[in-house]
Design a binder for this molecule. Structure first.
Ligand code: ADE
Ligand code: ZN
Length: 348
């Protein structure tokens, strides 16, 4: 028996969500470190953990806000010491991404989390780059690396990290801003992002996850961010929502993350459908999938189950947005759109 090239109009929505090609633009690679791999690497590297079993660690994944998550996330990353550790982590992510029909992934990495512990920048970037190369060869997934500055540290620290990164400039396409948002506005990093722009790097920034709409405006006006990571608090300022729509600034939204970190009480309350309806270039992403209960397809499926106004048309638009918002050339985007059209066929 052969499989039809296009789905019937009755193909269940979940199957379409899983099958459609998509790009992931907001994934912290350290947030893909599953508890089992944390324990395996801890043993391999002789690193002591506070938890005595995988189950005990998983049980600790009950977060009340962003900071309560970050404390555990940085502890988890402490098992990463060698180039092969970074490779193993990223390769595990790519295998899961392939199963979700992710054709392109832009991975955030947090070098300061590792260099602070004495791990050379080179070790981090080589391990990740090797996994990216192999993902392209063996899984057909294209990828890019985006280096994030930790906003709870100083701008001087960010400048030092940029200096360390310069010999590896060709290994990453952009810079971002993550970690504890409240009290650390984008304005704190205005000069280092200006330097990054001079170097021809793409600019993204987490803003409006827990922080106010003013942080989104600072990210746009002061850092010149091309995409906003999260951005869901934009709804508190209607002029900002209109601006994001008018300027086609993509928001990389992370539904399961938002619920786990108590930005929304449950998925039924999430504002992504309303933002999509207002013409914003919103995308669906997993953020830190090992900690938040699922990879990209899980985010799509749970979101669509929780929001009945989302159907096949919205699924198509979200996948198309993920391609539009990616940092690749137009011909590559056009190729992905053709793949997307072939999957949707008569489903729209
Ligand atoms: N680092 C990893 N995940 C993050 C998130 N959701 N917000 C800010 N920084 C992060
Ligand atoms: Zn994030």
């Amino acid at each position: 028996m052969t499989t039809p090239a296009t789905p019937s109009t009755h193909e269940p929505l979940n199957a379409l969500l899983r099958r459609m090609p998509k790009a992931e633009l907001h994934i912290h690679i350290e947030g893909s470190l599953e508890p089992e791999l944390i324990f395996r690497l801890a043993q391999r590297n002789g690193v002591a953990l506070k938890y005595d079993s995988v189950e005990a660690l998983r049980t600790a994944y009950a977060f009340s806000d962003l900071q309560s998550f970050l404390d555990i996330y940085y502890a988890g990353a402490s098992v990463l010491l060698k180039e092969e550790d970074f490779f193993d982590m990223a390769w595990a992510y790519f295998e899961r991404a392939a199963a979700d029909n992710v054709v392109h992934a832009e991975l955030f990495f947090d070098p300061q989390t590792h260099t602070e512990r004495g791990v050379p920048f080179e070790t981090v970037v080589r391990g990740l780059h090797h996994a990216c190369q192999r993902a392209h060869q063996e899984l057909g997934i294209s990828s890019r690396l985006i280096m994030c500055f930790l906003r709870h540290l100083s701008e001087e620290d960010a400048f030092k990290t940029l200096e360390q990164a310069l010999p590896w400039r060709q290994y990453f396409v952009g810079v971002g801003l993550d970690s504890s948002e409240r009290g650390h506005p984008p304005s704190k990093f205005e000069r280092v992002f200006a330097k990054c722009r001079e170097l021809g790097l793409h600019i993204v920034a987490h803003a409006g996850e827990e922080g106010p709409p003013a942080y989104i405006e600072e990210a746009l006006d002061l850092l010149k961010a091309e995409r906003i990571d999260h951005g869901v608090r934009c709804v508190e300022k209607p002029e900002l929502v209109q601006r994001l729509a008018r300027e086609r600034v993509p928001l990389t939204v992370c539904p399961l993350s938002n619920v786990k970190l108590c930005v929304f009480k449950h998925l039924g309350e999430h504002n992504i459908a309303a933002l999509l309806q207002q013409g914003l270039v919103v995308t669906v992403n997993s953020d830190d999938p090992a900690y938040f209960g699922g990879y990209l397809n899980q985010n799509f499926v749970e979101l669509f189950e929780a929001l009945p106004q989302l159907g096949a048309r919205e699924a198509y638009q979200l996948a198309l947005n993920s391609f539009e918002a990616s940092f690749v050339d137009q011909a590559t985007k056009d190729g992905w759109k053709r793949q997307l059209d072939a999957v949707f066929g008569a489903a729209l």
